[in-house]
Ligand binder design. Structure first.
Ligand code: HEC
Length: 105
């Protein structure tokens, strides 16, 4: 029986710890994950590289420029080598990324 109380206690502590660790804005944490997984290979860890020698340095763009670029790539209004990576993004993810990327610099 004691063991169960101990486990429950440990679980509570752990979940508190996990919550305390995550940044204030959960969207930004999500954007960071997406960015590292699907964008950094081409655009650089901090958005500092011209992707495939072609794109703008995206950490220099503001949130509005980024979201309109992402929406236009997603919809196919702008066609380029970077498109497949954008087509998978949901609208929500685009908004989160647009806030996150300018903070990278
Ligand atoms: C395969 C490499 C590649 C990946 C992965 C990639 N991009 Fe791109 N991205 C490009 C290229 C190349 C361009 C330039 C336009 C084009 O040719 O599509 C671009 C353009 C952009 C632009 C507009 C800047 C401009 O030059 O007009 C933004 C913003 C952007 N990418 C963000 C992202 C985000 C956010 C992700 C992750 C979800 C991502 N990219 C993933 C290659 C990539």
């Amino acid at each position: 029986m004691k063991r169960i109380y101990f486990l429950l206690g440990a679980l509570c502590c752990f979940s508190f710890f996990v919550q305390a660790e995550s940044p204030a804005n959960p969207n930004l944490a999500k954007a960071e994950k997406i960015y590292k997984r699907s964008c950094a290979t081409c655009h650089g860890k901090s958005g500092e590289k011209p992707a495939m020698g072609k794109s703008k340095i995206i950490n220099q763009l503001n949130a509005e420029e980024i979201s309109s670029a992402l929406f236009d790539h997603k919809s196919g209004k702008i066609v380029g080598a970077g498109n497949p990576a954008k087509q998978r993004l949901s609208d929500e993810e685009i908004h989160a990324l647009s806030e996150f990327i300018p903070d990278l610099k």
